[in-house]
Design a protein around this ligand. Structure first.
Ligand code: SF4
Length: 298
């Protein structure tokens, strides 16, 4: 079995930065005797979160914050209300790992909504990144997920009809084809009516784009594809969609233990297997998968 890891697999710039800030916080807290907490999971990788819990760094919610502790804000960001609540605590050290690409979207929607634009967001309204983005909008907004393009087309049409100025952004981990589809639909509906404006920002993260392109290319060339990453990870879910459209033997697992007997049989029959990994998947988990697949050869 030939095992190939797709280019651009694994930890992205934003997650690497978040890990590094958290590690620094843990070191500094040790010296000062402070406890360190993550406000919500730092990243969407349950195995990594468990490893940190074993080191005494636990996930808490905003109502459980203790005085004199160090609180680490996750890479997907928090809402405006959560930030205001945090600022009311005295005696806590805040470490903000919000990815700069997410912070850029916060700034864009804040600015445009203050200029009177209604904001159209393509993404998952329950995802922490999207909740953070919508909290920064002072006016009207509408969130639509690509799986709702048909079901919510009426609501979208009415949103477009009732606003003269619309600004669009996409969740950083979105698929470009879906965003292009949505933007074309909006442009067509708005047409060239005088006094109406539509502005769309490119907000899909380049790390996500590169990862999806490289994984898609590899998926076409191998007998089977393995995608490693948290089941709660948005970017890993998109990665899996991309590869499974190109390779019917595609598997999404958090660790080798997740393979079923049937999956293993397919992998054992494969001459070539590709691996890709979501942006929150550390290098050790990719190496672990390579070793596991290597043993199937024997
Ligand atoms: S996937 Fe992109 S937006 Fe998300 S943390 Fe990584 S670099 Fe930032």
């Amino acid at each position: 079995m030939k095992i190939t890891v797709a280019d651009n697999s694994g930890v992205c710039f934003g997650v690497r930065r978040a890990f590094s800030l958290l590690e620094d916080a843990v070191k500094n807290a040790k010296n000062s005797g402070m406890n360190v907490f993550m406000l919500g999971p730092l990243i969407h990788n349950p195995r990594v979160i468990t490893q940190y819990a074993e080191k005494g760094v636990n996930v808490i919610d905003i109502n459980s914050i203790q005085e004199n502790s160090c609180v680490v804000i996750r890479s997907h960001g928090i809402t405006k209300d959560e930030r205001a609540q945090l600022d009311r605590f005295s005696g806590i050290t805040l470490i903000d790992t919000t990815c700069p690409y997410v912070q850029r979207i916060h700034q864009l929607v804040e600015q445009r909504s203050s200029e009177g634009f209604a904001v159209l967001i393509m993404g998952d309204r329950e995802h922490s990144e999207v909740r953070g983005i919508t909290s920064k909008i002072s006016g009207d907004f509408f969130v639509i997920h690509p799986t709702e393009f048909d079901a919510k087309s009426g609501e979208l049409a009415s949103f477009i009809e009732t606003h003269d100025k619309i600004f669009a952004v996409a969740q950083t981990t979105s698929r470009p084809a879906n965003y292009d589809f949505l933007l074309k639909k909006v442009r067509k509906s708005i047409g060239s009516a005088p006094g109406r404006r539509f502005v769309a920002a490119e907000t899909i993260c380049t790390a996500t784009l590169k990862r999806q392109d490289s994984a898609g290319e590899l998926a076409k060339k191998v007998d089977a594809m393995v995608v490693i990453g948290g089941k709660n990870s948005s970017n890993t879910s998109k990665l899996f969609q991309v590869v499974s459209e190109k390779n019917k033997n595609s598997f999404w697992v958090e660790s080798p233990e997740d393979f079923t007997k049937a999956d293993i049989e397919i992998l054992q029959k494969s001459d070539s297997v590709g691996i890709t990994a979501g942006a929150s998947t550390p290098d050790e988990q990719i190496e672990e998968m390579k070793s596991f697949l290597g043993l199937l050869n024997g």
